[in-house]
Write a protein that binds this ligand. Structure first.
Ligand code: IPM
Ligand code: MG
Length: 368
């Protein structure tokens, strides 16, 4: 199979970790005989410096001609002036929106070797294996009006939380479908005691739930969910929630397993075929580590590339139906952790640590 992949490293540690994900994919190419065609272009702060915009047309062109996008991270102190008209984050937001990527999958998995790195006691982490589905193209991130202005009484700002029935239905349905393939429990997370959009969300989730009698639907308020994620994370299977709630809860959930540096994500515009075959061609899906550009450690060669590498595995699985290949990367990661290799973020005080490149090499070596 020949697969066209747009590789957008972005800012900070983005390019460093994406280079290691490419190594893992190259090992897959070697072992399984697929051909990858790489495309690339600037995005985020790097694109602002060069083109004055976070997503230049030339980059979007490369993306639209590809089968999938592998994305690093964007942002950094250089572009953080709150008064700035252009921001690096606009690059990823525009990509998500223009590709129609409404379902963002953020799986949280425990690696037994990393329990020491978790802020929670090991007994609370037993059996934790959850999937957050974050609505990604609506809600508080995109609602209009979104602006700042000056009134006679001072400055003012507004963001808008708005959802249509269709937007809620498709992502909640995605949640049910995924729960069916897993442990058949869906938590729909909202804030219905306060917000109108949440009452609509809960109503629709309840209606769709009737079509899925085999899935246990539980409603949970977002503040309760943030607490339950640390009190009893093992109760969760699939969670589905609004864009901003999902952003916040997934950062929280990501550290259960020890480090944000371990968590991949997939952003999709629909469910792939039920038989596991390659999805029919539409706009490309996007795969990215959930961590940011980490400017404080950028260029030092110490970032954990595992989230990016696991994002590449998700790409093989969700965009191309290449399950054996995805398994090969995932078991390489498990194997390497079992052998004791650690980047700094997941190391115990007595562990010898490896850098970004070395970790990438060792994982690629195990894939190939
Ligand atoms: C994420 C990030 C982004 C978001 C930023 C970089 C715009 O935090 O992917 O979770 O808020 O969606
Ligand atoms: Mg985030």
């Amino acid at each position: 199979m020949s697969l066209k992949i747009a590789v957008l490293g972005g800012d900070g540690i983005g390019p460093e970790v994406i280079a290691e994900a490419m190594k893992a994919l190259d090992a897959v190419r070697h072992r399984f005989g697929h051909a990858f065609e790489w495309g690339t272009g600037p995005v985020g702060g790097a694109a602002i410096d060069e083109y004055g915009t976070a997503l230049p047309d030339s980059t979007l062109d490369v993306v639209l001609k590809s089968d999938a996008v592998l994305f690093g991270a964007v942002g950094g102190p250089k572009w953080d002036d709150p008064k700035a008209k252009v921001r690096p984050e606009q690059g990823i937001l525009a990509l998500r929106k223009s590709l129609g990527l409404f379902a963002n999958l953020r799986p949280v998995k425990m690696y037994p070797q990393l329990l020491h790195a978790s802020p929670l006691r090991p007994e609370r982490l037993k059996g934790v294996d959850l999937m957050i589905i974050r609505e990604l193209t609506g809600g508080l991130y995109f609602g209009k009006p979104k602006k700042r202005w000056t009134t006679s009484r001072g400055r003012r700002g507004v963001d808008t939380l708005s959802y249509s029935e269709k937007e809620i239905e498709r992502v909640v349905r995605f949640g049910f479908e995924l729960a069916l393939k897993r442990r058949k429990r869906l938590h729909s997370v909202d804030k219905m005691n306060v917000m109108e959009t949440s009452r609509l969300w809960r109503e629709i989730a309840t209606e769709i739930g009737k079509e899925y009698p085999d899935v246990e639907l539980r409603h949970m308020l977002a503040d309760t969910a943030s607490m339950q994620l640390v009190v009893n994370p093992a109760q969760f299977d699939v969670l589905v929630t609004e864009n901003m709630f999902g952003d916040i809860l997934s950062d929280e959930a990501s550290v259960l397993g020890g480090s944000m540096g371990m968590l991949p994500s997939a952003s999709l515009s629909g469910l792939p075929p039920a038989d596991g075959s390659k999805p029919r061609k539409s706009k490309p899906a996007l795969y990215e580590p959930i961590h940011g550009s980490a400017p404080d450690i950028a260029g030092k060669g110490i970032a954990n590339p595992i989230a990016a590498i696991l994002s590449a595995a998700m790409m093989l699985r969700w965009s191309f139906g290449l399950h054996t290949e995805a398994d090969a990367i995932e078991s390489a990661v498990e194997g390497v952790l079992a052998e004791g290799y650690r980047t700094r973020d997941i190391a115990a005080p007595s562990d010898r640590t490896v850098g970004t490149k070395e970790m990438g090499d060792i994982i690629a070596g195990r894939v190939g």
